[in-house]
Design a protein around this ligand. Sequence first.
Ligand SMILES: *[C@@H]1O[C@H](CO)[C@@H](O)[C@H](O)[C@H]1NC(C)=O
Ligand SMILES: *[C@@H]1O[C@H](CO)[C@@H](O)[C@H](O)[C@H]1NC(C)=O
Ligand SMILES: *[C@@H]1O[C@H](CO)[C@@H](O)[C@H](O)[C@H]1NC(C)=O
Length: 418
Amino acid sequence: MRTSTFISTLSFVLAVAAGPIVVRDNLISLPLSKKINVTEPGQLLKQDQARAAILRSLGFASGNATAKSELLGRATPGSTSVTNQAVSYIATVEVGTPPSSYSLIVDTGSSNTWVGAETGRAYNVTSSSHFTGNAVEVTYGSGRFVGLEYTDTVSLGTGLTISKQSIGAASFSEGFNGVDGILGLGPVDLTVGTLFPSVTSTIPTVTDNLFSQGDIPADEVAISFEPTTSLNNVNGELTFGGTDSTKFTGAITYAPITMTSTASKYWGIDQSIRYGASTNILSTTAGIVDTGTTLIMIASDAFAAYQAATGGVMDSATGLLKIDVAQFGALQSLFFNIGGTTFELTANAQIWPRALNTNIGGAADGIYLIVGSTGSPSGSGLDFINGMTFLERFYSVFDTANKRVGIANTPFTDATTN
Ligand SMILES: *[C@@H]1O[C@H](CO)[C@@H](O)[C@H](O)[C@H]1NC(C)=O
Ligand SMILES: *[C@@H]1O[C@H](CO)[C@@H](O)[C@H](O)[C@H]1NC(C)=O
Ligand SMILES: *[C@@H]1O[C@H](CO)[C@@H](O)[C@H](O)[C@H]1NC(C)=O
Protein backbone atom coordinates (compact mmCIF):
# COMPACT_ATOMS: atom_id res chain seq x y z
CA MET A 1 0.00 0.00 0.00
CA ARG A 2 1.19 3.50 -0.73
CA THR A 3 2.31 5.62 2.18
CA SER A 4 0.42 8.62 0.91
CA THR A 5 -2.80 6.67 1.03
CA PHE A 6 -2.21 5.64 4.60
CA ILE A 7 -1.70 9.25 5.62
CA SER A 8 -4.75 10.51 3.80
CA THR A 9 -6.81 7.78 5.38
CA LEU A 10 -5.66 8.69 8.85
CA SER A 11 -6.53 12.33 8.39
CA PHE A 12 -9.88 11.18 7.07
CA VAL A 13 -10.48 9.38 10.37
CA LEU A 14 -9.98 12.57 12.28
CA ALA A 15 -12.12 14.58 9.92
CA VAL A 16 -15.21 12.37 10.07
CA ALA A 17 -14.93 10.80 13.49
CA ALA A 18 -18.49 11.84 14.26
CA GLY A 19 -19.90 10.85 10.86
CA PRO A 20 -21.56 7.64 9.75
CA ILE A 21 -18.44 6.19 8.13
CA VAL A 22 -16.26 4.13 10.45
CA VAL A 23 -12.58 3.79 9.63
CA ARG A 24 -10.66 1.45 11.91
CA ASP A 25 -7.14 0.17 11.31
CA ASN A 26 -7.11 1.79 7.88
CA LEU A 27 -10.23 -0.03 6.71
CA ILE A 28 -13.26 1.56 5.14
CA SER A 29 -16.65 0.73 6.55
CA LEU A 30 -20.00 1.60 5.06
CA PRO A 31 -23.25 1.47 7.03
CA LEU A 32 -25.87 -0.95 5.73
CA SER A 33 -29.61 -0.93 6.17
CA LYS A 34 -32.34 -3.48 5.56
CA LYS A 35 -35.52 -2.83 3.61
CA ILE A 36 -38.57 -5.12 3.41
CA ASN A 37 -41.24 -4.76 0.72
CA VAL A 38 -43.34 -7.89 0.34
CA THR A 39 -46.46 -7.25 -1.73
CA GLU A 40 -47.61 -10.74 -2.81
CA PRO A 41 -48.29 -13.97 -0.87
CA GLY A 42 -45.21 -16.17 -0.61
CA GLN A 43 -43.04 -13.56 -2.32
CA LEU A 44 -40.09 -13.96 0.01
CA LEU A 45 -39.68 -17.64 -0.86
CA LYS A 46 -40.49 -17.15 -4.56
CA GLN A 47 -37.83 -14.50 -4.89
CA ASP A 48 -35.18 -16.64 -3.24
CA GLN A 49 -36.16 -19.68 -5.37
CA ALA A 50 -36.00 -17.62 -8.56
CA ARG A 51 -32.58 -16.40 -7.54
CA ALA A 52 -31.41 -19.94 -6.74
CA ALA A 53 -32.48 -21.06 -10.24
CA ILE A 54 -30.61 -18.21 -11.89
CA LEU A 55 -27.50 -18.77 -9.78
CA ARG A 56 -27.47 -22.54 -10.45
CA SER A 57 -27.61 -22.00 -14.19
CA LEU A 58 -25.08 -19.17 -14.11
CA GLY A 59 -27.74 -17.04 -15.75
CA PHE A 60 -26.26 -13.74 -14.63
CA ALA A 61 -23.26 -13.62 -16.82
CA SER A 62 -23.63 -16.41 -19.33
CA GLY A 63 -23.76 -13.94 -22.19
CA ASN A 64 -26.32 -16.35 -23.62
CA ALA A 65 -29.49 -14.42 -24.31
CA THR A 66 -31.51 -17.56 -25.06
CA ALA A 67 -30.53 -19.13 -21.76
CA LYS A 68 -31.32 -15.92 -19.94
CA SER A 69 -34.80 -15.54 -21.36
CA GLU A 70 -35.55 -19.22 -20.74
CA LEU A 71 -34.39 -18.83 -17.17
CA LEU A 72 -36.52 -15.80 -16.59
CA GLY A 73 -39.56 -17.60 -17.94
CA ARG A 74 -38.93 -20.66 -15.78
CA ALA A 75 -38.06 -18.78 -12.64
CA THR A 76 -41.18 -16.67 -12.54
CA PRO A 77 -44.14 -18.24 -14.33
CA GLY A 78 -47.17 -16.06 -14.96
CA SER A 79 -47.72 -12.77 -16.63
CA THR A 80 -45.18 -10.79 -14.65
CA SER A 81 -41.72 -11.72 -15.76
CA VAL A 82 -40.01 -11.04 -12.47
CA THR A 83 -40.59 -10.99 -8.75
CA ASN A 84 -39.78 -7.70 -7.14
CA GLN A 85 -37.04 -7.59 -4.58
CA ALA A 86 -38.72 -8.49 -1.25
CA VAL A 87 -35.91 -7.83 1.21
CA SER A 88 -32.87 -5.72 0.35
CA TYR A 89 -29.71 -4.73 2.17
CA ILE A 90 -28.75 -1.24 1.14
CA ALA A 91 -25.58 0.87 1.16
CA THR A 92 -25.33 4.48 0.03
CA VAL A 93 -22.75 5.16 -2.67
CA GLU A 94 -21.87 8.40 -4.47
CA VAL A 95 -21.16 8.53 -8.19
CA GLY A 96 -19.85 11.36 -10.39
CA THR A 97 -18.39 14.87 -10.01
CA PRO A 98 -20.30 16.56 -8.44
CA PRO A 99 -21.59 13.36 -6.85
CA SER A 100 -25.11 11.96 -6.96
CA SER A 101 -26.04 9.71 -4.07
CA TYR A 102 -27.55 6.27 -4.78
CA SER A 103 -29.05 3.56 -2.56
CA LEU A 104 -27.62 0.26 -3.82
CA ILE A 105 -28.42 -3.34 -2.94
CA VAL A 106 -25.31 -5.03 -1.55
CA ASP A 107 -24.95 -8.22 -3.58
CA THR A 108 -22.14 -10.75 -3.14
CA GLY A 109 -23.82 -13.00 -5.74
CA SER A 110 -23.27 -10.65 -8.69
CA SER A 111 -20.41 -8.40 -9.66
CA ASN A 112 -21.63 -5.50 -11.81
CA THR A 113 -22.29 -2.17 -10.11
CA TRP A 114 -25.01 -0.03 -11.64
CA VAL A 115 -27.49 2.75 -10.90
CA GLY A 116 -30.63 4.24 -12.40
CA ALA A 117 -33.33 1.71 -11.46
CA GLU A 118 -35.62 4.29 -9.90
CA THR A 119 -37.77 6.42 -12.18
CA GLY A 120 -36.47 9.99 -12.16
CA ARG A 121 -33.16 8.98 -10.60
CA ALA A 122 -31.15 8.12 -13.68
CA TYR A 123 -27.36 8.08 -13.84
CA ASN A 124 -26.11 11.65 -14.03
CA VAL A 125 -23.43 12.19 -16.68
CA THR A 126 -20.89 14.55 -15.07
CA SER A 127 -17.32 15.76 -15.69
CA SER A 128 -15.87 12.44 -14.47
CA SER A 129 -18.15 10.24 -16.61
CA HIS A 130 -16.57 8.33 -19.48
CA PHE A 131 -18.71 6.24 -21.84
CA THR A 132 -16.93 2.95 -22.62
CA GLY A 133 -18.85 2.30 -25.85
CA ASN A 134 -20.47 -0.82 -24.42
CA ALA A 135 -23.99 -1.76 -23.50
CA VAL A 136 -24.45 -3.86 -20.37
CA GLU A 137 -27.08 -6.38 -19.31
CA VAL A 138 -27.43 -8.49 -16.17
CA THR A 139 -30.29 -10.83 -15.20
CA TYR A 140 -31.08 -11.49 -11.54
CA GLY A 141 -33.60 -13.80 -9.88
CA SER A 142 -35.59 -10.74 -8.91
CA GLY A 143 -35.18 -8.69 -12.05
CA ARG A 144 -32.79 -7.44 -14.67
CA PHE A 145 -31.31 -4.30 -16.10
CA VAL A 146 -30.05 -3.10 -19.46
CA GLY A 147 -28.02 0.05 -19.93
CA LEU A 148 -24.83 1.74 -21.03
CA GLU A 149 -21.47 1.15 -19.40
CA TYR A 150 -19.48 4.13 -18.10
CA THR A 151 -16.44 4.57 -15.94
CA ASP A 152 -16.77 7.19 -13.24
CA THR A 153 -15.60 8.34 -9.84
CA VAL A 154 -17.32 6.40 -7.09
CA SER A 155 -17.21 7.34 -3.39
CA LEU A 156 -18.17 5.08 -0.57
CA GLY A 157 -20.22 7.49 1.49
CA THR A 158 -18.16 10.60 2.13
CA GLY A 159 -15.14 8.33 2.37
CA LEU A 160 -12.48 7.21 -0.04
CA THR A 161 -12.87 7.62 -3.74
CA ILE A 162 -12.35 5.18 -6.57
CA SER A 163 -11.49 6.65 -9.95
CA LYS A 164 -12.53 5.00 -13.23
CA GLN A 165 -14.91 2.55 -11.61
CA SER A 166 -17.07 0.74 -14.17
CA ILE A 167 -20.67 1.62 -13.60
CA GLY A 168 -23.80 0.66 -15.48
CA ALA A 169 -26.33 3.38 -16.26
CA ALA A 170 -29.69 1.63 -16.51
CA SER A 171 -31.91 2.58 -19.43
CA PHE A 172 -34.33 -0.21 -18.55
CA SER A 173 -34.74 -2.23 -15.39
CA GLU A 174 -37.46 -4.30 -13.76
CA GLY A 175 -37.88 -5.93 -10.37
CA PHE A 176 -36.28 -3.16 -8.34
CA ASN A 177 -38.48 -0.82 -6.30
CA GLY A 178 -37.23 1.84 -3.94
CA VAL A 179 -33.56 1.19 -4.74
CA ASP A 180 -31.25 2.72 -7.35
CA GLY A 181 -29.31 -0.36 -8.38
CA ILE A 182 -26.70 -2.84 -7.20
CA LEU A 183 -23.27 -2.75 -5.60
CA GLY A 184 -21.81 -5.98 -7.02
CA LEU A 185 -19.37 -7.62 -4.60
CA GLY A 186 -19.20 -11.07 -6.20
CA PRO A 187 -16.12 -12.62 -7.85
CA VAL A 188 -14.98 -10.57 -10.83
CA ASP A 189 -15.36 -13.45 -13.31
CA LEU A 190 -19.14 -13.01 -13.09
CA THR A 191 -18.77 -9.81 -15.09
CA VAL A 192 -17.55 -11.70 -18.18
CA GLY A 193 -20.23 -11.67 -20.85
CA THR A 194 -22.24 -8.81 -19.40
CA LEU A 195 -21.00 -6.25 -21.96
CA PHE A 196 -21.99 -5.84 -25.63
CA PRO A 197 -20.15 -5.76 -27.95
CA SER A 198 -18.72 -8.63 -26.00
CA VAL A 199 -15.37 -8.17 -24.29
CA THR A 200 -13.54 -11.18 -22.90
CA SER A 201 -11.89 -9.29 -20.04
CA THR A 202 -13.48 -8.86 -16.64
CA ILE A 203 -14.78 -5.56 -15.23
CA PRO A 204 -13.00 -4.85 -11.90
CA THR A 205 -15.39 -4.63 -8.97
CA VAL A 206 -15.40 -1.82 -6.43
CA THR A 207 -13.31 -3.96 -4.06
CA ASP A 208 -10.80 -4.83 -6.81
CA ASN A 209 -10.36 -1.15 -7.70
CA LEU A 210 -9.99 0.01 -4.09
CA PHE A 211 -7.18 -2.54 -3.81
CA SER A 212 -5.45 -1.88 -7.13
CA GLN A 213 -5.63 1.89 -6.54
CA GLY A 214 -3.89 1.45 -3.20
CA ASP A 215 -6.77 2.49 -0.97
CA ILE A 216 -7.09 -0.75 1.00
CA PRO A 217 -4.41 -3.23 2.12
CA ALA A 218 -6.14 -6.41 0.89
CA ASP A 219 -8.57 -7.33 -1.91
CA GLU A 220 -11.36 -8.41 0.40
CA VAL A 221 -14.61 -7.26 1.89
CA ALA A 222 -16.17 -8.29 5.20
CA ILE A 223 -19.81 -8.04 6.19
CA SER A 224 -21.42 -7.59 9.57
CA PHE A 225 -25.14 -7.59 10.24
CA GLU A 226 -27.11 -7.85 13.40
CA PRO A 227 -30.51 -9.45 13.69
CA THR A 228 -33.18 -6.76 13.62
CA THR A 229 -36.79 -6.61 14.68
CA SER A 230 -37.52 -3.25 13.06
CA LEU A 231 -37.77 -1.99 9.50
CA ASN A 232 -35.12 0.19 7.87
CA ASN A 233 -32.68 -0.39 10.69
CA VAL A 234 -29.11 0.66 9.94
CA ASN A 235 -27.23 -2.06 11.79
CA GLY A 236 -24.90 -3.54 9.22
CA GLU A 237 -21.37 -2.72 8.24
CA LEU A 238 -19.40 -3.41 5.10
CA THR A 239 -15.62 -3.31 5.65
CA PHE A 240 -13.29 -3.09 2.67
CA GLY A 241 -9.70 -4.27 2.92
CA GLY A 242 -9.85 -6.29 6.14
CA THR A 243 -11.99 -7.34 9.06
CA ASP A 244 -13.41 -5.33 11.94
CA SER A 245 -12.45 -7.14 15.13
CA THR A 246 -15.20 -5.39 17.09
CA LYS A 247 -17.82 -7.22 15.01
CA PHE A 248 -16.92 -10.86 15.63
CA THR A 249 -15.84 -13.15 18.46
CA GLY A 250 -13.21 -15.89 18.42
CA ALA A 251 -11.31 -16.86 15.29
CA ILE A 252 -12.47 -16.58 11.70
CA THR A 253 -12.66 -19.98 9.98
CA TYR A 254 -11.66 -19.76 6.33
CA ALA A 255 -13.04 -22.26 3.83
CA PRO A 256 -11.52 -22.45 0.34
CA ILE A 257 -13.76 -21.73 -2.64
CA THR A 258 -15.39 -25.05 -3.53
CA MET A 259 -14.21 -27.07 -6.55
CA THR A 260 -17.84 -27.87 -7.45
CA SER A 261 -19.48 -25.91 -10.25
CA THR A 262 -21.58 -23.82 -10.36
CA ALA A 263 -21.11 -22.85 -6.70
CA SER A 264 -17.41 -22.35 -7.54
CA LYS A 265 -18.30 -19.37 -9.74
CA TYR A 266 -19.60 -17.45 -6.72
CA TRP A 267 -18.50 -17.18 -3.07
CA GLY A 268 -19.02 -20.95 -2.96
CA ILE A 269 -17.94 -23.27 -0.16
CA ASP A 270 -18.47 -26.86 0.98
CA GLN A 271 -20.65 -27.37 4.04
CA SER A 272 -22.77 -29.96 5.82
CA ILE A 273 -25.82 -29.31 8.00
CA ARG A 274 -27.05 -31.31 10.97
CA TYR A 275 -30.21 -30.80 13.04
CA GLY A 276 -29.88 -31.38 16.78
CA ALA A 277 -27.55 -34.09 18.04
CA SER A 278 -27.60 -36.43 15.06
CA THR A 279 -30.20 -35.74 12.35
CA ASN A 280 -28.43 -35.28 9.02
CA ILE A 281 -30.03 -32.55 6.92
CA LEU A 282 -27.42 -32.01 4.20
CA SER A 283 -24.29 -34.11 3.71
CA THR A 284 -21.14 -32.22 2.74
CA THR A 285 -21.88 -30.45 -0.53
CA ALA A 286 -21.30 -27.20 -2.41
CA GLY A 287 -23.32 -24.03 -2.10
CA ILE A 288 -22.79 -20.31 -1.66
CA VAL A 289 -22.78 -17.44 0.82
CA ASP A 290 -24.97 -14.69 -0.61
CA THR A 291 -26.18 -11.30 0.62
CA GLY A 292 -28.72 -11.17 -2.23
CA THR A 293 -30.74 -14.07 -0.77
CA THR A 294 -32.88 -13.54 2.32
CA LEU A 295 -33.48 -17.07 3.61
CA ILE A 296 -31.24 -20.06 4.22
CA MET A 297 -32.02 -22.12 1.13
CA ILE A 298 -31.28 -25.84 1.04
CA ALA A 299 -31.81 -28.59 -1.56
CA SER A 300 -35.35 -30.02 -1.71
CA ASP A 301 -34.41 -33.37 -0.11
CA ALA A 302 -32.58 -31.56 2.71
CA PHE A 303 -35.62 -29.33 3.15
CA ALA A 304 -37.87 -32.40 3.45
CA ALA A 305 -35.58 -33.72 6.21
CA TYR A 306 -35.71 -30.35 7.98
CA GLN A 307 -39.49 -30.20 7.70
CA ALA A 308 -39.79 -33.72 9.15
CA ALA A 309 -37.41 -32.86 12.00
CA THR A 310 -39.19 -29.63 12.95
CA GLY A 311 -42.77 -30.68 12.20
CA GLY A 312 -43.26 -27.41 10.28
CA VAL A 313 -46.27 -26.99 7.99
CA MET A 314 -45.98 -25.05 4.74
CA ASP A 315 -47.78 -21.70 5.04
CA SER A 316 -48.92 -20.34 1.70
CA ALA A 317 -49.23 -16.73 2.86
CA THR A 318 -45.53 -16.44 3.66
CA GLY A 319 -44.09 -19.39 1.70
CA LEU A 320 -42.37 -20.41 4.94
CA LEU A 321 -42.72 -23.38 7.28
CA LYS A 322 -44.94 -22.52 10.25
CA ILE A 323 -44.55 -24.14 13.67
CA ASP A 324 -46.60 -23.87 16.85
CA VAL A 325 -45.44 -22.78 20.29
CA ALA A 326 -44.78 -26.35 21.47
CA GLN A 327 -42.76 -27.12 18.32
CA PHE A 328 -40.76 -23.94 18.83
CA GLY A 329 -40.07 -25.04 22.42
CA ALA A 330 -38.69 -28.31 21.05
CA LEU A 331 -36.79 -26.77 18.13
CA GLN A 332 -33.14 -27.91 18.06
CA SER A 333 -30.17 -25.97 16.73
CA LEU A 334 -28.89 -26.42 13.19
CA PHE A 335 -25.15 -27.13 13.06
CA PHE A 336 -23.27 -25.93 9.98
CA ASN A 337 -19.88 -27.57 9.45
CA ILE A 338 -17.75 -25.15 7.44
CA GLY A 339 -14.00 -25.56 6.97
CA GLY A 340 -13.80 -27.97 9.91
CA THR A 341 -15.59 -25.66 12.35
CA THR A 342 -19.14 -26.17 13.57
CA PHE A 343 -21.34 -23.07 13.63
CA GLU A 344 -24.54 -23.30 15.66
CA LEU A 345 -27.71 -21.62 14.40
CA THR A 346 -29.95 -21.53 17.45
CA ALA A 347 -33.72 -22.09 17.52
CA ASN A 348 -34.19 -18.34 17.94
CA ALA A 349 -32.08 -17.72 14.85
CA GLN A 350 -34.21 -20.14 12.81
CA ILE A 351 -37.38 -18.07 13.08
CA TRP A 352 -38.42 -14.93 11.24
CA PRO A 353 -38.51 -11.94 13.63
CA ARG A 354 -42.06 -12.06 14.96
CA ALA A 355 -42.25 -8.26 15.08
CA LEU A 356 -41.93 -8.37 11.26
CA ASN A 357 -44.39 -11.22 10.61
CA THR A 358 -47.06 -9.02 9.12
CA ASN A 359 -44.49 -7.40 6.81
CA ILE A 360 -44.08 -10.72 5.00
CA GLY A 361 -47.77 -11.63 4.95
CA GLY A 362 -47.76 -13.70 8.14
CA ALA A 363 -49.97 -13.69 11.22
CA ALA A 364 -48.69 -11.45 14.01
CA ASP A 365 -48.51 -14.32 16.49
CA GLY A 366 -47.23 -16.95 14.00
CA ILE A 367 -43.84 -18.63 14.20
CA TYR A 368 -42.19 -19.02 10.79
CA LEU A 369 -38.94 -20.80 9.98
CA ILE A 370 -36.35 -19.07 7.79
CA VAL A 371 -35.12 -22.22 6.03
CA GLY A 372 -36.51 -22.69 2.51
CA SER A 373 -36.14 -25.17 -0.35
CA THR A 374 -34.09 -24.26 -3.41
CA GLY A 375 -36.63 -26.31 -5.37
CA SER A 376 -33.94 -28.62 -6.70
CA PRO A 377 -32.60 -31.92 -5.27
CA SER A 378 -29.06 -32.11 -3.87
CA GLY A 379 -26.31 -32.81 -6.34
CA SER A 380 -27.21 -29.70 -8.37
CA GLY A 381 -23.80 -28.07 -7.91
CA LEU A 382 -25.40 -25.38 -5.75
CA ASP A 383 -27.21 -27.15 -2.92
CA PHE A 384 -27.50 -24.37 -0.37
CA ILE A 385 -27.48 -20.61 -0.08
CA ASN A 386 -26.49 -19.11 3.24
CA GLY A 387 -28.51 -15.94 2.83
CA MET A 388 -29.03 -12.92 5.05
CA THR A 389 -30.82 -14.79 7.82
CA PHE A 390 -27.56 -16.73 8.20
CA LEU A 391 -25.36 -13.64 7.81
CA GLU A 392 -27.28 -11.78 10.54
CA ARG A 393 -25.87 -14.37 12.96
CA PHE A 394 -22.35 -14.86 11.57
CA TYR A 395 -19.61 -12.52 10.36
CA SER A 396 -18.47 -13.17 6.79
CA VAL A 397 -15.29 -12.36 4.85
CA PHE A 398 -15.00 -12.51 1.06
CA ASP A 399 -11.29 -12.84 0.29
CA THR A 400 -10.43 -12.53 -3.39
CA ALA A 401 -6.64 -12.89 -3.16
CA ASN A 402 -6.76 -16.13 -1.18
CA LYS A 403 -9.89 -17.51 -2.89
CA ARG A 404 -11.69 -18.24 0.36
CA VAL A 405 -14.68 -17.29 2.49
CA GLY A 406 -14.34 -16.61 6.21
CA ILE A 407 -17.06 -17.20 8.80
CA ALA A 408 -16.98 -16.26 12.49
CA ASN A 409 -19.33 -16.05 15.43
CA THR A 410 -20.57 -12.64 16.56
CA PRO A 411 -22.00 -11.22 19.77
CA PHE A 412 -25.41 -11.88 18.14
CA THR A 413 -24.93 -15.53 17.17
CA ASP A 414 -26.75 -16.73 20.31
CA ALA A 415 -28.89 -13.63 20.87
CA THR A 416 -32.55 -14.08 21.71
CA THR A 417 -34.13 -11.40 19.60
CA ASN A 418 -37.05 -12.97 17.80
C1 LIG B 1 -27.52 -20.92 -24.97
O1 LIG B 1 -28.57 -21.44 -24.20
C2 LIG B 1 -29.42 -22.33 -24.88
C3 LIG B 1 -30.58 -22.67 -23.95
O2 LIG B 1 -30.15 -23.09 -22.70
C4 LIG B 1 -28.64 -23.55 -25.33
O3 LIG B 1 -29.48 -24.42 -26.04
C5 LIG B 1 -27.49 -23.10 -26.21
O4 LIG B 1 -26.67 -24.19 -26.54
C6 LIG B 1 -26.65 -22.04 -25.49
N1 LIG B 1 -25.66 -21.49 -26.42
C7 LIG B 1 -24.37 -21.50 -26.12
C8 LIG B 1 -23.48 -20.87 -27.15
O5 LIG B 1 -23.91 -21.94 -25.06
C1 LIG C 1 -28.70 14.48 -10.94
O1 LIG C 1 -28.33 15.84 -10.97
C2 LIG C 1 -29.42 16.73 -10.79
C3 LIG C 1 -28.89 18.13 -11.00
O2 LIG C 1 -27.77 18.37 -10.20
C4 LIG C 1 -29.99 16.53 -9.40
O3 LIG C 1 -31.10 17.37 -9.21
C5 LIG C 1 -30.43 15.07 -9.28
O4 LIG C 1 -30.89 14.84 -7.95
C6 LIG C 1 -29.28 14.15 -9.58
N1 LIG C 1 -29.73 12.76 -9.58
C7 LIG C 1 -29.51 11.95 -8.55
C8 LIG C 1 -29.95 10.54 -8.73
O5 LIG C 1 -29.01 12.31 -7.51
C1 LIG D 1 -42.94 -2.04 -3.00
O1 LIG D 1 -43.05 -2.80 -4.19
C2 LIG D 1 -44.13 -2.40 -5.00
C3 LIG D 1 -44.17 -3.32 -6.23
O2 LIG D 1 -43.95 -4.63 -5.89
C4 LIG D 1 -43.96 -0.96 -5.43
O3 LIG D 1 -45.09 -0.54 -6.18
C5 LIG D 1 -43.80 -0.06 -4.21
O4 LIG D 1 -43.50 1.24 -4.62
C6 LIG D 1 -42.68 -0.58 -3.33
N1 LIG D 1 -42.61 0.22 -2.12
C7 LIG D 1 -41.45 0.70 -1.67
C8 LIG D 1 -41.53 1.47 -0.41
O5 LIG D 1 -40.39 0.50 -2.22
